[in-house]
Write a protein that binds this ligand. Structure first.
Ligand code: GLU
Length: 295
């Protein structure tokens, strides 16, 4: 591989880390270390209502316990123009990119009130069709003054095809494309927008994340295209399943805080090994792989 590998783990600080999330971090870390690359811990703190105090420290402590060290993180700014690994410190960067889209005619302020939007949604529901904001796109765009949500004008409504390292060839139709919000009326970007700009500025080569984002992939691709950003390599990790084998493991199934396992006396090597082998193994009946082999 000619390009230096850069991976990231990008949790939102909304509470403790459970094993599903940490497994994603483990794979992103392993891939970076195997390739002498860079591993970034980025905090996606753009939803202030969902933020739980102490989460960032808790996330760092969880990764430290498993000895998943990061090259850049909340405590180690990166060498980029916008150095902080906390999205809330990077708002100017998102505004710059929002302006680029406005200049290209590809972003506009949402002119509707909550009530009007709700009425559109209800109407679609009654008519049993998906609610698509782009069907209500205004004919003329107002100037954005930051008080209204800024929406992306999806440039081309088409079927998208893409490659996922784990899942193979994937595709999704126009119903998955919409004029989603880029910047909310509180000035914070949405996840859909911010992560793409950050991955670009941070030079992320492999986007390794959980399955819950796969349905949004066409939206992401339409934004990469609008900004003429080359796609990174997409690696969608399968989730750890709950006891019924149908839904992913959730806090409701009793998935507990990773650090509780430390309190219970589990060794970090055992936890790492468990996370690495749940859902994959190299064949045979070996139950322990040392770090050198995991890499
Ligand atoms: N902030 C997202 C989460 O907590 C990260 C998704 C991603 O890795 O792109 O799930």
């Amino acid at each position: 591989m000619s390009e230096k590998v850069v991976t990231r783990f990008a949790p939102s600080p909304t509470g403790f880390m459970h094993i599903g999330g940490v497994r994603t971090a483990l794979f992103a870390w392993l891939w970076a270390r195997k390739n002498n690359g860079t591993f970034i811990l980025r905090i996606e703190d753009t939803d202030k209502n969902r933020e739980v105090a102490g989460s960032i420290e808790h996330i760092m402590e969880s990764l430290r316990w498993l000895e998943l060290d990061w090259d850049y993180g909340p405590d180690k700014p990166g060498p980029w123009t916008h150095a902080s690994c906390l999205q809330s410190d990077r708002l100017n960067l998102y505004k710059e990119y929002a302006q680029k889209l406005i200049d290209k005619g590809l972003a506009y302020p949402d002119p509707y009130t909550d009530k009007e939007r709700e009425a559109f949604r209800k109407k679609a529901e009654i008519e049993k069709r998906p609610f698509l904001f782009r069907e209500h796109r205004p004919a003329m765009f107002e100037t954005w003054d930051g008080t209204k949500p800024l929406r992306f004008k999806v440039p081309e409504v088409k079927r998208y095809q893409w490659h996922d390292v784990v899942r193979g060839e994937l595709s999704a139709g126009p119903e998955m494309l919409d004029d989603f919000i880029l910047i909310k009326s509180d000035g914070y970007p949405t996840y859909n927008f911010a992560h793409i700009i950050d991955d670009l500025e941070m030079g992320v080569t492999h986007v390794m994340r959980g399955e819950e984002f796969i349905a949004s992939q066409p939206k992401f691709l339409s934004l990469y295209d609008a900004l003429e950003i080359p796609y990174p390599i997409f690696v969608t990790l399968p989730p750890i399943m709950g006891p019924d084998g149908k839904k992913k493991l959730s806090k409701r199934d009793g998935a507990k805080d990773l650090l509780e396992y430390r309190t219970d006396g589990y060794l970090p090597e055992a936890m790492r090994n468990f996370l690495a082998l749940i859902g994959w193994n190299p064949g045979g009946d070996r139950e322990f792989l040392p770090e050198s082999e995991l890499l």
